[in-house]
Design a protein around this ligand. Structure first.
Ligand SMILES: [Zn+2]
Length: 81
């Protein structure tokens, strides 16, 4: 008889804590880019996105901003019929 899941049962360990970038309190994070990114920050711009060019903390916030900008290159959903 096979041992399902190699005998691993019960609750899995919780994943690492993920801070939602929306809760980031860094000054300028997520603000529109104004020509110069502060130290430790990077600008995110995606061609064809409805998101303007924005400044984010390097790392997680920038990854979030990039994903958001990429999603917003997609056509807007049609209004409900
Ligand atoms: Zn941030």
């Amino acid at each position: 008889m096979t041992n399902w899941n190699q005998g691993l049962t019960g609750q899995s360990k919780p994943g690492r804590t993920v801070q939602p970038p929306g809760g980031c309190t860094a000054d300028r994070c997520g603000h529109e880019y104004t020509g110069r990114a502060p130290n430790g920050m990077t600008r995110v711009r995606v061609d064809g996105s409805r998101e303007p060019e924005r400044t984010y903390c390097k790392g997680w916030c920038a990854a979030y901003g990039q994903a958001l900008a990429e999603i917003r290159t997609l056509p807007e959903p049609e209004a409900a019929q």
